[in-house]
Design a protein around this ligand. Structure first.
Ligand SMILES: Cc1ncc(COP(=O)(O)O)c(C=O)c1O
Length: 402
């Protein structure tokens, strides 16, 4: 018997579950894009995005996925021949580095592997060795969605400052935005990129770039910037058309409006706390399963685990078998392993990820954990007991202290 009828739960790390409020907001006829309301809508969205990003500086919006925001960020402050240092803790930093290379930017990658955060000592050494200050920017990913590592951006800022290095600090918050606590201005981040399809609960298609005065000054000195990626007009338009360098993504904007209202009604700090609590419950469950069997959290250090996504090692082919069982028998889709290839598992069958970003609560979290527990038992995969109890204790303790 399948027992998978009922509402399906897409527990992948983005695109995330869309709230009914977001779906309803998009279900309407197209607007006149020249009407004043559209300009008012954009002004409100940019202001609220800045509140979520904890910045009072500038923001530009793009019809783009996360890759688009990577290119937007690079295109405004870097030209072919410039040098950057990329700190890699998984697939996504490598992806950003690849894009920089394709633009002719000299890209040096410090690779910290797939199971640990950026080692600040190594960054310190790399910056100290760059005596002529060739690096124009340091690129880092706050949460790498493939490995689920959470990087210490405050520590990174401190290392750059201590080295007296003038490089811009550019951070990918695509996975963490609206999930893991992040304060763009207080952390001294010069360029931050994010997208709408994860913590912001909106269908994929909108990307955001936030930038500091320092980054704006670097932009001002650029010989040329592609007019489509240029953030100047988008962040300070003279007319509505310039927000998107053309026709706006009308219905995405309605969806985003509803999502931001939900986030701000809850309060961004409460949103971060909710994600932290639920993720700690998931980690407790995986640790209990792993006490007797092949399951293991990809990130051992609790300080370096994201609140948005959890990558789990289980060994090939069990990752794929478990995921397929959950779709077929429980109505739950988990994330695939991504960028975790190993010599004996090039197809990533030994991994899965739980996305816990955006529109999630206790019952969804306990439901996904209970479904995984069913799958482990049905498939006869060895696992420790008490995982649901362990998660429940964490969630209950969180409730008492909340
Ligand atoms: C951390 C991170 N950076 C960049 C990307 C790329 O975003 P997109 O797939 O929307 O282009 C993703 C996508 O999952 C991501 O998680």
């Amino acid at each position: 018997m399948s027992a998978s009828s009922g509402r399906h739960y897409l527990a992948i790390p983005g695109p995330s579950v869309m709230p009914d409020e977001v779906l309803r907001a998009m279900h309407r006829p197209g607007p006149n894009i020249y009407a004043k309301e559209q300009g008012d809508l954009m002004a409100g969205l940019l202001a609220d995005l800045k509140t979520v990003a904890r910045t009072t500086r500038q923001a530009a919006m793009y019809i783009a996925n996360g890759h688009g925001t990577w290119e937007a960020a690079l295109a405004n402050v870097l030209a072919a021949g410039d040098h950057v240092l990329v700190l890699a803790t998984g697939r996504f930093a490598h992806g950003w580095a690849h894009m920089a290379r394709q633009l002719g930017i000299a890209t040096e990658v410090l690779d910290f592997g797939l199971r640990s955060a950026v080692d600040l000592q190594r960054v310190n050494e790399a910056l100290a060795a760059d005596k002529s200050h060739r690096y124009k920017a340091v690129l880092a990913v706050h949460v790498d969605t493939a490995t689920s590592v959470l990087n210490d951006i405050r520590g990174l800022r401190a290392v750059i400052d201590a080295a007296g290095h003038p490089a811009l600090l550019m951070v990918d918050c695509i996975a963490s935005f609206g999930c893991d606590a992040f304060e763009t201005d207080a952390l001294g981040v010069d360029v931050m990129v994010a997208a709408c399809q994860k913590g912001l609960m909106t269908p994929p298609g909108l990307g955001f770039v936030f930038f500091s005065e320092r980054a704006a000054a670097v932009r001002a000195k650029m010989e040329r910037v592609s007019s489509y990626w240029d953030w100047n007009k988008r962040s300070s338009p003279d007319e509505f058309y310039e927000y998107f360098c053309g026709t706006p993504p009308t219905h995405h904007l309605y969806g985003l409006r509803a999502a931001l209202t939900m986030i701000l009604d809850e309060g961004i700090e409460a949103v971060w706390q909710r994600h932290l609590l639920l993720s700690r419950g998931i980690h407790a469950a995986v640790e209990a399963w792993g006490a007797n069997g092949p399951m293991e959290l990809n990130i051992a250090d609790p300080q370096c685990r994201s609140s948005a996504v959890t990558a789990i090692r289980i060994g090939a082919p069990l990752g794929t078998e478990l995921r397929e069982w959950l779709v077929e028998h429980a109505g739950v889709t988990l994330g695939i392993g991504l960028g975790m290839a190993e010599p004996n598992d090039p197809e990533w069958h030994g991994f899965f990820r739980i996305g816990h970003m955006g529109h999630i609560n206790r019952q969804m979290t306990m439901g996904v954990l209970g479904s995984i527990d069913n799958g482990l038992k049905s498939l006869g995969i060895a696992h420790g007991g008490g995982a649901l109890e362990a998660a429940s204790v964490v969630l209950s303790e969180g409730h008492q202290s909340a």
